[in-house]
Design a binder for this molecule. Structure first.
Ligand code: NAD
Length: 323
């Protein structure tokens, strides 16, 4: 049984979920359907992943076959950067809900605190970061986070999502958001693995009662395919000798140790895997406890190295986001 985390919105969120980034459209429906059969209840989607229609088809099939009911699932989606202007929020959420084939999200996040110029979904969807095919133009919008957050609060009032939260926010912005938020963010989703611990940000979230979801729990593993130089230079965490020896001690896999390091410290996790064997081992990663000493050893890997930032994907003469 997957443990859950009680959110400040009053809802329970499964602590282990399934990430949908880079799940190919051709297989997304089957992947979601099979993940539900394997026991996953939380799915972490986004406009930007470009596969919400297919993921929704997997959900519909599982519901139709009576494997789950809608209320058994916890569906997460995210607002892309080009929809931050207040009047753009509700229409795109309604489109995303229609894509999923559901009438509410359980959690809806601001994907990045970066407001970009609106792109009409009929022109390009998902819109991505750039305003040109060559990927050289990035145009900001004037929307503030307060404007966007207020629009997310309206979604809750209208029943389009049960909880709202943020992703890729740092402490400074959270402090600011908390000054005006009528609904406090239920969750903060961040890159979190032993090479990027962000302990002060975790301390703030805990102090403020905001649940943290870790993404890219295996560190460089998710980013090798983007040819990031620092991802290639770092030792893969899944093959690291220290992590492996800790895993051997508990009769677990290195992946389960990396995931447990997060969940035992109270974070939620959303690993992605297309293989049934790893799907199950990721889901079953909460049934053992690491010693405090082993947790400290893994936390000691921290190098403050971030993979998921715009400047690692493309030349960003116009965007220094994590500066
Ligand atoms: P991940 O850590 O889930 O997966 C990385 C790689 O590890 C994948 O190639 C996967 O196939 C492999 N893998 C998974 N389980 C394994 C296992 N048990 N053994 C060996 N290999 C295994 O990385 P991710 O996809 O970057 O992150 C997870 C999810 O987090 C995403 O799918 C997405 O939903 C979310 N995410 C959010 C943001 C954001 O900006 N909010 C950014 C990145 C990811």
């Amino acid at each position: 049984m997957t443990p859950s985390i009680k959110l400040n919105s009053g809802y329970e969120m499964p602590q282990v979920g399934f990430g949908l980034w880079k799940v190919d459209n051709a297989i997304a429906s089957d992947v979601v359907y099979n993940a539900i059969k394997a026991g996953y209840r939380l799915f972490d989607g986004a406009c930007d992943y470009g596969n919400e229609v297919e993921c929704g088809q997997g959900v519909a099939r599982a519901i139709k076959e009576g494997i789950v009911k809608r209320e058994d699932l916890f569906i997460v989606s995210k607002l892309w950067n080009t929809f931050h202007d207040a009047e753009r929020v509700e229409p795109v959420v309604k489109k995303q809900l229609a894509d999923w084939g559901v009438d509410y999200f359980d959690l809806y996040l601001i994907h990045f605190p970066i407001a970009l110029e609106y792109v009409d979904p009929s022109v390009r969807y998902p819109p991505g970061w750039h305003n040109d095919e060559a990927g050289t133009i990035i145009k900001p919008s004037k929307a503030t986070i307060q404007e966007t957050w207020t629009a997310l609060e309206d979604l809750v009032a209208k029943g389009l999502t049960k909880s709202i939260g943020v992703s890729n926010f740092q402490s400074q912005l959270l402090y600011d958001l908390l000054r005006y938020a009528k609904i406090r963010p239920a969750t903060l989703q961040i890159e979190h693995h032993p090479y990027l611990v962000q302990q002060e940000l975790l301390n703030l979230a805990k102090h403020e009662g905001i649940a943290v979801t870790a993404y890219s729990s295996f560190g460089p593993a998710s980013f090798q395919e983007f040819n990031m130089k620092h991802a290639a230079k770092l030792a893969p965490l899944l093959e690291d000798a220290t992590i492996k020896s800790i895993a051997d001690k508990y009769g677990k896999s290195a992946s389960q140790v990396l995931l447990r390091w997060s969940t035992q410290r109270g974070l939620a996790i959303i690993p992605k895997s297309a293989r049934q064997e790893t799907q199950i081992s990721n889901l079953q990663s909460t049934d053992f406890d690491l010693s405090e000493e082993d947790i400290a050893t893994i936390s000691g890997f921290d190098k403050g190295i971030r993979f998921n930032q715009p400047s690692n994907y493309f030349p960003t003469e116009l965007l220094w986001y994590f500066g």
